[in-house]
Design a protein around this ligand. Structure first.
Ligand SMILES: [Cu+2]
Length: 307
């Protein structure tokens, strides 16, 4: 190839590279099913009704999804602490952009129950070998990763993936795993979409005799979310388990897809949505499930907006 032709090839290659969005890339996450003792009500009380809940009622051994550095060398926080997000339950917030490939490397370190586990993802594109759901006689090693084993799930965020989605254990131990907090969320931005200043992760799910937000019950135990006036705040909300919940935030409104102002949304099992607003209301606010019995059983927390 002469020098002119080589230059032309380089130029074409350069144009092709420019046409590919700079943000499209491969995102890799390292996650392990990790046993621990979990306390649903660490401060032992329902501050609103004044009831006491001793550790004998609120602490139980469970298995959760925990994020690690490459090769599962060192544990990481599951979500950034800055916005007040809870650690360990839910599992890591898996972020990507439309067009990205997502590799989730999963290790089953369940030394507690020694049961198989898996990861099954909503909202993204994948082959059956990355479905992570147990189909007797049909599914492969993705669906019941044995204790001590690993599996890599290969996913793609497509245009229709923009939004927030659940992932959860779909192995034969799914029912117990979900009751114990083995779930998390994917958060997919559009190609050119700006990321919010704060991303607040809310999972509404029963836990034992309590109704929990991110595995905790009652004000003082549930996440205290934080934001500042002027910031773009995004709430990632989903329900898990067998009940419907009505998500509500005090002092704020957002718009539905059809433009209708809302301050409540009802969300069923494995349904999920994100809402955004430009924050302009300083103060300490409540967020809670508006199913009254759920609120009384702990599904309530604080949202603090500073100037
Ligand atoms: Cu509820």
């Amino acid at each position: 190839m002469n020098r002119v032709a080589a230059f032309a090839v380089a130029l074409v290659a350069g144009v092709a590279a420019a046409a590919t969005p700079a943000t499209a890339r491969t995102r890799e996450y390292w996650v392990a099913a990790t046993p621990l003792d979990w306390n649903i009500v660490p401060n032992g009380r329902d501050a609103i009704e004044g009831a006491r809940h001793p550790p004998s009622e609120t602490v139980f051994p469970t298995v959760v999804y925990r994020r690690y550095t490459r090769g599962w060398r060192r544990p990481l926080r599951n979500t950034p602490a800055r916005s007040g997000n809870q650690d360990l339950i839910p599992g890591p917030l898996l972020r990507a952009r439309a067009g990205d490939r997502i590799l989730v490397h999963f290790a089953n370190r369940d030394t507690l129950y020694r049961r198989p586990h898996s990861m099954h993802f909503h909202g993204v594109r994948y082959r059956p070998s990355s479905d992570g759901a147990y189909l007797p006689g049909f599914s492969g090693p993705d669906a019941d990763v044995a204790p001590g084993s690993t599996y890599t799930y290969r996913l793609r965020a497509v245009a229709g993936s923009v939004g927030v989605w659940p992932y959860h254990d779909h192995s034969p131990s799914m029912m117990d795993s979900i009751a114990g907090g083995m779930y998390g969320m994917l958060s997919i931005l559009g190609r050119g979409e700006r990321a919010p200043d704060r991303e607040l992760v809310v999972v509404l799910a029963a836990m034992g005799r309590f109704q929990a937000i991110d595995g905790r019950a009652f004000v003082g135990n549930t996440p205290v979310f934080r934001a500042r006036v002027g910031e773009t705040v995004q709430w990632d909300v989903m329900a898990m388990g067998s009940e419907h919940h009505t998500f509500h935030v005090h002092g704020h409104r957002w718009r539905d897809r059809d433009g209708t102002p809302r301050d409540t949304v009802t969300v069923g099992p494995a349904e999920s949505f994100r809402i955004r607003w430009h924050e302009e209301d300083p103060g300490t606010w409540l967020y809670h499930c508006h199913v009254e019995g759920h609120m009384a059983a702990g599904m309530i927390g604080l949202y603090r907006v500073s100037r």
